[in-house]
Design a protein around this ligand. Structure first.
Ligand code: F3S
Length: 84
């Protein structure tokens, strides 16, 4: 039986099924504000010195809003969300 809800998937403005949101971070410009990690330690892990530990992250499904909040939380504006 076909699910009528499928027709809405293609119209959604949010990430569509099968697409992966990516986060890119200008790691060299991190000054250790740690506000990203305060939003999500899972998405924005810090190194032992308190700086962001990663440059690129594939956002797991369902974590897109958390990723956007983490990006907005960085005062340096060095976290970029890539949505296609
Ligand atoms: Fe660095 Fe910004 Fe996070 S300065 S630790 S990427 S809040």
């Amino acid at each position: 039986m076909k699910n009528c809800g499928d027709s809405f998937v293609g119209r959604a403005r949010d990430i569509r099924y099968g697409e992966v949101m990516k986060i890119r971070i200008n790691k060299a410009a991190c000054v250790g504000n740690a506000r990203c990690a305060a939003v999500s330690e899972e998405l924005f892990p810090l190194d032992d010195d308190g700086y962001i530990a990663v440059e690129e992250i594939d956002v797991p499904p369902g974590k897109e809003d958390l990723a956007r909040r983490g990006a907005r939380a960085c005062p340096e504006r060095i976290i970029v969300i890539e949505e296609e």
